[in-house]
Design a protein around this ligand. Structure first.
Ligand SMILES: *[C@@H]1O[C@H](CO)[C@@H](O)[C@H](O)[C@H]1NC(C)=O
Length: 515
């Protein structure tokens, strides 16, 4: 923040001949790249919020009485919420939970498909979304994707009253919209974030995913408890439309396309990024080099493994807390947000620390990414396994789950910012590729957890799940630390005939700075 205000002052001295109706006289003290970062963060809050609110809403939407009696009629005597010895040991009776019934008799399988359907759409548009964002307008790709989610949320109550089939179709559409947002945002960050601020800007933007979860879970619980379940979708959808208007007005594809950016900020970004102007010829993706690049594979492996743990916490934490730790739904909604709040704070502090160490040349980009990815994999794995050994000590369990979730926040300065380091011109496509693989756990986690815990909500079942997660996290750690790189790759460098010598030199300089 200090350096921000210094820059603002510098701007008041004319750099070159500037028409006197233009800024320098009235410096634009809020840097455009930070307006972009904050609006990008809110955009992700919306996309993630509208994605996860269904997992809270569905608890209020389902007629638990009807589902339970249907289970019993079909000879399913161990109904899902049946208590067993290990649960009784904690001294809490399951039926004290008193879940209010909603209108829909969707059994666990239907609920599972409804919750998972988002991912079926999400996985389809990753690579295509990245490519379109790189070659056309990343701003409108992101905005359009978010808008599709907003409209989908607003239509969800009507769809649910029709049939769960309509909800599934709607959720697939929302997934298609959500799928383009991550690659499109990577393209924008590659154009807007100077390398020395890359961890901070990427973390600010992507922390929106955490913040969205953080805000949406208690907010949805509150809306469901005080108004009704429909209000979750109407209120959140309506608020999100305000954001879309701001996004259209304040965010542009690159500094050179921004009509109100200060001259010095534009120069600072463009010189540090090195010839990232939109007039530069588009490079063709060297597919062979991409698919034989170990740093690319390191990102794919880390992203996929980490998402396993992330979805585990995002989608399954409320279930675990409800069935094993015995929180009733209202305190559940509030308490399951606490880990995400800690994660957000940790993400921002850790990113600032890494950018500081990088700017003082204490560590290289490669070390920063590996360090961050290690922090995001090893401690969460240990916390998750420990949680199954604390028995009925719910406070300790909550502390461990909170710590585990918090450390995952390291990913935003780790592999999630890494695509831009190794290949800025293809940041969107590479993010699309790694996120396509990384979406598979999103589809697999609910089914696998469902299969293991079906009629078997026990600590032992969850221990197995968390041990699998431990193995996956450790694999991520080892693979990434061995193979990842923070350096611009040969195949991502502009060929000399494609650019003039000046731009090329800038890029080389930029690279040696990082080394
Ligand atoms: C839930 O289902 C039960 C049994 O089928 C029914 O009696 C009850 O009215 C339903 N509740 C709601 C809110 O629809």
């Amino acid at each position: 923040m200090e350096s921000e205000s210094k820059k603002c002052k510098e701007e008041s001295q004319p750099l070159k001949a500037v028409p006197d109706n233009q800024e320098p006289h009235k410096p634009d003290c809020v840097a455009s790249r930070w307006i972009f970062a904050v609006l990008g963060c809110v955009g992700f809050m919306i996309v993630y919020g509208l994605k996860v609110n269904l997992s809270v809403a569905i608890i209020a939407m389902v007629n638990h009485t009807a589902v339970l009696s249907a289970n019993e009629e079909s000879g399913d005597h161990h109904a899902v919420v049946a208590t067993n010895d290990s649960e009784n040991a904690c001294g809490v009776e399951e039926h004290e939970e008193n879940l209010d019934d909603g209108p829909f008799a969707w059994d666990e399988n239907v609920q599972g498909v409804v919750l998972a359907s988002y991912f079926y759409g999400y996985i389809l548009t990753q690579v295509g979304g990245g490519w379109v964002a790189e070659n056309m307008s990343a701003k409108h790709v992101f905005g359009g994707g978010a808008l599709l989610n907003i409209l989908g949320a607003l239509l969800t109550p009507v769809a649910a009253k029709g049939s769960y089939i309509v909800v599934i179709a709607l959720r697939i559409l929302m997934g298609i919209g959500g799928g383009v947002t991550l690659p499109a945002m990577h393209v924008l960050i590659a154009k807007w974030a100077p390398p020395s601020e890359r961890s901070k800007i990427a973390s600010t933007v992507y922390a929106g995913m955490t913040l969205g979860t953080l805000v949406t879970m208690p907010f949805s619980g509150l809306l469901a408890a005080t108004i009704n379940w429909e209000s979750i979708f109407y209120v959140q959808g309506a608020l999100s439309i305000l954001w879309y208007v701001l996004w259209l007005f304040f965010v542009y594809d690159s500094p050179s396309q921004h009509p109100r950016i200060s001259r010095s900020e534009r120069q600072m970004i463009e010189s540090s990024i090195g010839g990232g102007s939109p007039d530069a010829p588009k490079m063709k993706i060297p597919w062979k080099s991409v698919w034989t690049s170990m740093p690319v594979f390191a990102i794919i492996v880390a992203h996929t493994c980490s998402n396993w743990g992330w979805y585990m916490l995002l989608v399954k934490l409320p279930t675990y807390m409800r069935y094993i730790l015995k929180f009733d739904i209202k305190s559940n909604a509030g308490l399951s947000a606490v880990p995400f709040l800690c994660m957000w704070v940790f993400t921002m502090l850790f990113a600032s620390l890494l950018d500081f160490l990088l700017s003082k040349n204490i560590i290289t980009t490669t070390v920063a990414r590996k360090l961050a990815t290690s922090v995001a994999s090893v401690p969460p794995a240990i916390c998750l396994v420990l949680v199954t050994y604390v028995g009925c000590n719910t406070e300790l369990a909550v502390v461990l789950l909170t710590l585990g979730t918090m450390f995952i926040g390291g990913m935003y300065s780790g592999f999630l910012a890494n695509h831009i380091d190794i290949a800025p011109p293809f940041a969107g496509t590479l993010m699309g590729i790694s996120n396509t693989f990384a979406t598979l756990p999103g589809i697999a986690v609910p089914s696998i957890v469902g299969a293991i815990t079906h009629n078997n909500q026990t600590v032992e079942a969850w221990r197995l799940i968390f041990y699998i997660t431990l193995g996956i996290f450790l694999f991520e750690f080892i693979f990434y630390v061995i193979f990842a790189s923070g350096e611009l790759q040969e195949w991502a460098k502009p060929k000399s005939e494609e650019r003039n010598a000046g731009e090329h030199r800038l890029l080389e300089k930029n690279e040696s700075n990082k080394a």
